[in-house]
Design a protein around this ligand. Structure first.
Ligand code: GDP
Length: 138
């Protein structure tokens, strides 16, 4: 089990002004911010990031949404980071997310679901490498 995971605060949440509240949830959930940046993906970059979902029916919608506005990308540290962060954010569909989870509180739909969290240690490394250079990790 690794102690790092990768997160994004998605365009729906940055647009609604939920950034501060979501960061607060992450910190109160026991995560330390190791790196963080405010940025915006092009459609091409969003397509590359979610390439694994290319065959899914929602892919085009997902790419359009994820490039529709600014995001916050971050590296979070905690023991058992990937699994614990998935618990903190809740189910993909906010209607199915447990009470108190970030998606339950801040997401509006299965597509516009406020936050991303890596689903494995391997993907945490791949996703971190997508956004952050060595200089930005210390
Ligand atoms: P996650 O690991 O909980 O983020 O979920 P997935 O890996 O299954 O999906 C990646 C992202 O695609 C989700 O976080 C949603 O933003 C989006 N997504 C998943 N399912 C759907 C869907 O049925 N419709 C739409 N529009 N977007 C979806």
């Amino acid at each position: 089990m690794g102690n790092l995971t990768f997160t994004m605060i998605k365009p729906d949440a940055t647009a609604k002004g939920y950034t501060g509240a979501i960061l607060d949830c992450m910190i109160k959930g026991g995560f330390t911010i190791k790196a963080m940046k405010w940025t915006r993906l092009t459609q091409e970059q969003a397509g590359d990031f979610y390439a694994v979902h290319k065959q899914r029916p929602f892919y085009d919608e997902l790419v359009k949404f994820m490039s529709s506005g600014p995001i916050i990308a971050g590296i979070l540290e905690k023991e058992n980071a990937v699994a614990d962060f998935r618990n903190l954010i809740g189910a993909t569909d906010p209607a199915k997310a447990a009470e108190g989870t970030i998606r339950k509180q801040f997401a509006s739909s299965i597509g516009e679901n406020a936050v991303h969290g890596s689903d494995s240690d391997e993907n945490a490394v791949i996703e971190t490498d997508f956004f952050f250079s060595k200089l930005e990790r210390f």
